[in-house]
Design a binder for this molecule. Structure first.
Ligand SMILES: Cc1ncc(COP(=O)(O)O)c(C=O)c1O
Ligand SMILES: N[C@@H](CCSC[C@H](N)C(=O)O)C(=O)O
Length: 380
């Protein structure tokens, strides 16, 4: 089955109990057991729920994994994945990951004895040099949030395999439509499904996928033990949204291409961060490992122009945290999504105070561009 067909017919395309074409919402916390001490397929909804199971099967299929796991948020999925490891284990982490992931690492996981070295994932020598005797995994995003940096997944997983350690990739920005890290050697993929997978800014959810049987077994154990599972209503909503991922991504891309062309020509713009630009570091790697470059664009205005005035002047594009929804969203990472990272570390990692991040939606591109144009001209 090809990708778009899989989106629509994957998971449990027909409910085994009723033949329903849309997986029903099994809003039941527990299930009748016919035999005492038997091995029922369904026993309790934290352990397993048929609506969630359909979604978990679908994401496993889309990412070419063997097992998928749905969580109450992307952060919960990431937390469960790090919970696979133990006190004293060391990780190499990409220097540009979502601010909340840094917060989880620095304020929570370190308290439980996990150790981290932060590295620019574009520098493969630095990645290898950061590996220690107690390193167990490399964790990174590509493209990254918010600088759209590109890491060579196959090259990183080759290093990891050479050292007998695991690779974990946050595939939120690319989605399995544009990139499938497990096929490039990664062991675990995580998603904030709140973003492109859900696609309508109406559900908070997280997913993890693996093709390693042992990891799958442990993740099932952790998902049940920690209990941060996705409920049946949100599981249904997420799978419903995912059915149109391919169709949405095609329009997101067309619109992003148009917006890039506009931004490149506008005199108010100083710098654009977008892997589709041929002079952007990592462009060749992105072209090799991604189907297309996606619809996340970051940029900086010319010195002296106010990012605050610009984003507050927009009329159509919403000033809001999050991304990947059908509506265009804009934000200033230093103040909003990455505000939890101390300023000196943020600056060290290249996230300037005035950086602007745009998630290009699927509205008519002329309207998106007209709005950008009027807000930019308002700065004159
Ligand atoms: C790349 C990335 N990973 C993980 C997360 C965490 O996801 P969630 O908000 O669903 O917890 C986010 C945003 O929140 C993100 O942008
Ligand atoms: N205020 C939230 C930040 C949410 S960021 C959401 C998303 N990852 C994005 O990058 O837009 C928090 O403190 O967690």
């Amino acid at each position: 089955m090809k990708f778009n067909t899989q989106l629509i017919h994957g998971g449990n395309s027909e409910d085994p109990a009723t033949g329903a074409v849309s997986t029903p919402i099994y809003r039941s916390s527990t299930f009748h057991q016919h035999v005492l001490g038997g091995e029922p397929k369904w026993e309790y909804s934290r352990t397993g729920n048929p609506t969630r199971a359909s979604l978990e099967k679908l994401i496993a299929e889309l990412e070419h994994g063997t097992a998928g796991f749905a969580f109450a948020s992307g952060s919960a999925a990431i937390h469960a994945v790090f919970s696979l490891f133990s006190q004293g284990d060391h990780f190499v982490v990409g220097s540009d990951v979502y601010g909340g992931t840094f917060r989880l690492i620095n304020k929570v996981l370190k308290r439980f004895g996990l150790e981290f070295t932060v590295v620019d994932m574009r520098d493969l020598a630095a990645v290898e040099n950061a590996i220690q005797d107690n390193t167990v995994a490399i964790y990174f995003e590509t493209p990254t949030n918010p600088l759209l940096q590109i890491a060579d997944i196959h090259a990183v997983t080759t290093i990891a395999k050479r050292h007998g350690i695991k690779t974990i990739v946050d595939n939120t920005f690319a989605t399995p439509y544009n990139q499938q890290p497990l096929t490039l050697g990664a062991d675990i993929v995580v998603h904030s499904a709140t973003k492109y997978l859900g696609g309508h800014s109406d559900v908070v959810a997280g997913l993890a996928v693996t093709n390693d049987e042992q990891i799958a077994e442990q993740l099932a154990f952790l998902q049940n033990s920690i209990g941060s599972t996705l409920g049946p209503d949100d599981s249904w909503l997420l799978q419903r949204g995912m059915k149109t991922l391919g169709a949405r991504m095609r329009v997101h891309q067309e619109n992003a291409d148009a917006v890039i062309e506009f931004l490149q020509a506008d005199p108010h713009i100083d710098k654009i961060y977008y892997p589709g630009l041929s002079n952007f570091t990592g462009h060749d790697v992105a072209a090799k490992q991604m189907r297309n470059f996606g619809a996340m664009i970051s940029f900086e205005l010319q010195a002296g122009l106010s990012a605050k005035k610009f984003v507050e002047s927009l009329r159509l594009i919403d000033l809001a945290e999050s991304l990947g929804g059908i509506e265009s969203l804009i934000e200033v990472p230093a103040v909003m999504t990455h505000g939890s990272i101390p300023r000196e570390i943020r600056l060290e990692n290249g996230i300037k105070d005035e950086l602007i991040r745009l998630s290009v939606g699927i509205e008519d591109p002329e309207d998106i561009i007209d709005d950008l144009k009027q807000a930019l001209n308002n700065l004159d």
